[in-house]
Design a protein around this ligand. Sequence first.
Ligand code: ADP
Ligand code: MG
Length: 693
Amino acid sequence: MNLPQMFGENVFNDAVQKETLPSEVYKLLRATIESGKPLDVSIAGTVASAMKKWAVSKGATHYTHWFQPLTGLTAEKHDSFIEPEGDKVIMRLTGKSLIVGESDASSFPSGGSRATYMARGYTAWDPTSPAFVKEGTLYIPTVFVSYTGETLDKKSPLLRSMTAIDKQAKRLLKLFGKTCKKVSTTVGPEQEYFLIDGEVYKQRKDLRLCGRTLFGAPAPRGQELEDHYFGMLKPRIVDYMHDLDEELWSYGILSKTKHNEVAPAQHEMAPVFGTTNVAVDHNMLTMEIMKKVARKHGLACLLHEKPFRGINGSGKHNNWSMSTDDGFNLLNPGDAPEKNTFFKLMLAAVIKAVDDYQGILRASVASAGNDHRLGANEAPPAIISVYLGDQLGKLVDTIVKGVDYIPVKAEKGSIGVPESPIFPKDATDRNRTSPFAFTGNKFEFRMLGSQANVADANIVLNTIVADAFEQFADELEGKDNLEKAANAIVARELKAHRRIIFNEDGYGPEWEPEAMRRGLLNNKNTADAVPVCFEEKNIDVFVRQGVYTREEAIARADIQLENYTKIINIEALTMLEMVRRDIIPAVSDYVAELCANVAAKQAVCEEIPCSGEKEVIMQLASLNDQTTALANKLEGLLGEVDMSKVREASQAMAHKIIPVMEEMRSKVDKMETLTSSDYWPYPSYYELLYSVN
Ligand code: ADP
Ligand code: MG
């Protein structure tokens, strides 16, 4: 394989555009992509025909407008290129079909923001994310809006939030004498996932219907030996990762790092970062390809945040920064951050934004799946805080106290072996327990769930930082002594928001009470985390930055609660199905066999001991009855939930339904440990976690 040659071979990228488009058209298209100039519609026809010709040469027969509806997945509707001509066909893609598509929007969630009679939805080309050919279809990345202009997807608000940052960051840059065409936010999402054997996967209804196990007693061996992390890759996994990389590279996805994660069967892929909207598209594609390649290898790829209880879950680290079109990273502290006023202003803006809007930032990562991680001792807690590391932490302290800063010398590390090179120690050591950590020249937001669309978190991040930038720019423009005024803002904001900074262990027991004292939010589940989105202040920031209208902001939050409610409902129904149709009958059969054995023994001779069997019979029969009663209770409670009232329904799910599901699970898991494996209807955790060799 010639990697440089095959890299991006399925993408209509810059190089292909340059080669296939007339140079005038190429220049106009690049102007839109690189500096955000509105698209010159007159070039659409030419671009479309070049794109089609290229796609057909790659074997494509169809094209699709590819978009990201609020369901959390991607959606596509395929049209073929054919157009009749006499009794033959020609292959055609017109400028109009490249730019807009029409799609029935009535079956996509809209949070009540669009009446069904106006169910027309439009997809519109996003020229800043390159089109690609996959399985015989040309994929055109698009946004999805309604007939009346409301956004129905995750892409359009993401692009709007990027525009907001661009606008406000350029004002600040200009004050500091730096000009540029465009400021983009950049993202590098690290993706965690599990791989298990495909045959074992198929035998678990819960994995197939819900993506996670709803029952399962712990395996005798979990992750306690910590021998999986960065451990040697098994041959089947090596083959998988090799194929995965090749596919990802062919779509121009910069898959860079791969390794085993903490839990058995868990792995990670980290790409090189890119412009946010492209990074989002790439991550959506990555998740899809991960699943597809797994099927090809007889494996199942689990992207759920918590496939197995008692075993680490999966997240996505959202590495985030901002940079100008000429490559200047706005979060680069330089050698002497204490003298770098511009950087300090950036830092103060992010800290202010994260503190002021911690509620919506937390809500942006809330989902039924992620509720199993946040707050449990593996992922960052449900409390948002910012980690700065030693050097910056100290700098902020001195600014807040108004004293002089004595630079922390970057220590030179040595491993004590003379032949080994001396390495400079990272100024920010790695605090893995912080939900929002400064790591050198970017912030790493670590609360995202593994199956999330990273657009959600980035929409909020971009919007709130743009808002802080705007306030700073309003204050600073026209000031005579810029340095002085900027430093005053930095000091004021750091003082006001220092409560959000926490440089210690976020998993420690002291942090939660300490965070409460500081007045930080600690919403542990989706039902409780999302309602902050209905608060005026949290709606206003989106409206001010032109990211959502008031109605859109409210509709989004309602949809999030609706998704949550539906997921819990499906999980509860799946539990009922498994318990009533598989587990209770299996246990009953096993108890019957034990009873028959006891009776047989007694018939031969009353002296034959059988107290062991009797004890198991008593325990299992009783647990089975309790499980039946809990199933009835769960069904009754589910019947009382009015699914049409999402806000109340989500509360009922979190506070009434889930506790009963928990109780039922504990009974079932106990029964699993007492029932013969010949009778237990599902593969055990041991079989699931150690299914791949
Ligand atoms: P790790 O945290 O795993 O040790 P790195 O810190 O090198 O690794 O990078 C983690 C991720 O951060 C990678 O996906 C990388 O591309 C991304 N990243 C690096 N710089 C930036 C940046 N300026 N903006 C966004 N993401 C970045
Ligand atoms: Mg990381």
